[in-house]
Design a protein around this ligand. Structure first.
Ligand code: CA
Length: 246
């Protein structure tokens, strides 16, 4: 049962981004209860933070929180099938490695899954050791393997190289500005509070004031001017990266 506590989740995700001995958070979407339990146990033992949902609708909801480092996705799921979960996730530009679990009879869906950007698949039944090996391999390849470049308007962002460009021209961004843009892009169209930005930039140095955040946001806004996207300020709530002129 997944209980979404946004603050706890954010903190945990940020901890793992800082590499603070914190586990990668893995979402397991599997309706076979025995298999799900075995997966939770094996991955937990291996040191990962594990969440489990047993239907596609819950997976879709959980993935919106955008805190997972890897998704293990069964294809045959109640409420919303695995491929639909994958489609919706990719539509939100969520970038994370996906390991598909499929039954023998689902080879066509498996191919469709790979077309939709799944990174690997396992055919049931499989050994837990095999699963752990695949998970390690996917995490080694890192985030952003599937769609390393995120594009909105003429602004593109390379999630691996951590560089931004407008119409293909590199944007000169400081480390802090890059951090701000990254968070805003990751939550495109959704509000990001100043506190969340402070938390994010904490990974670069310990003291980032809310005033400093305003400065970084201001600079990012100026630098991406003309790219068809803009950073809006929602007073008292935070910031939102959105298409310009909306
Ligand atoms: Ca199933």
């Amino acid at each position: 049962m997944l209980v979404l506590n946004p603050y706890k989740i954010l903190n945990r995700a940020l901890q793992s981004m800082r590499g603070e001995n914190s586990a990668v958070r893995i979402l397991i979407t599997e309706d076979d209860r025995a298999l799900a339990e075995a997966l939770c146990f094996a991955l937990g033992q291996a040191g990962y933070a594990v969440d489990h949902v047993s239907n596609g609708a819950d997976a879709d909801e959980a993935l919106k929180a955008d805190v997972f480092g890897l998704l293990i996705l069964d294809l045959g799921l109640p409420k919303l099938d695995g491929l639909e979960v994958l489609k919706r996730m990719r539509r939100r530009n969520t970038v994370l490695p996906v390991l598909i679990l499929s039954g023998r009879e689902q080879s066509e869906e498996k191919v469709a899954g790979l077309d939709l950007g799944a990174d690997d698949y396992l055919v049931k039944p499989f050994s837990l050791n095999e699963l752990l090996a695949r998970v390690r391999a996917l995490l080694r390849r890192g985030r952003g393997v599937v769609a390393p470049v995120v594009t909105y308007g003429s602004l593109s962002y390379d999630t691996v190289g951590r560089t931004a460009a407008v119409e293909g021209r590199a944007l000169p961004l400081s480390l802090h500005e890059t951090g701000v843009l990254e968070v805003l892009l990751h939550r495109f169209g959704r509000v990001v509070s100043k506190e969340q930005l402070v938390e994010q930039l904490y990974s670069y140095d310990k003291e980032v004031s809310q005033n400093a955040i305003e400065v970084y946001v201001h600079r990012v806004r100026k630098k991406i001017n003309g790219a068809g996207v803009t950073v809006r300020t929602l007073y008292g709530r935070g910031y939102l990266l959105d298409y310009a002129g909306r």
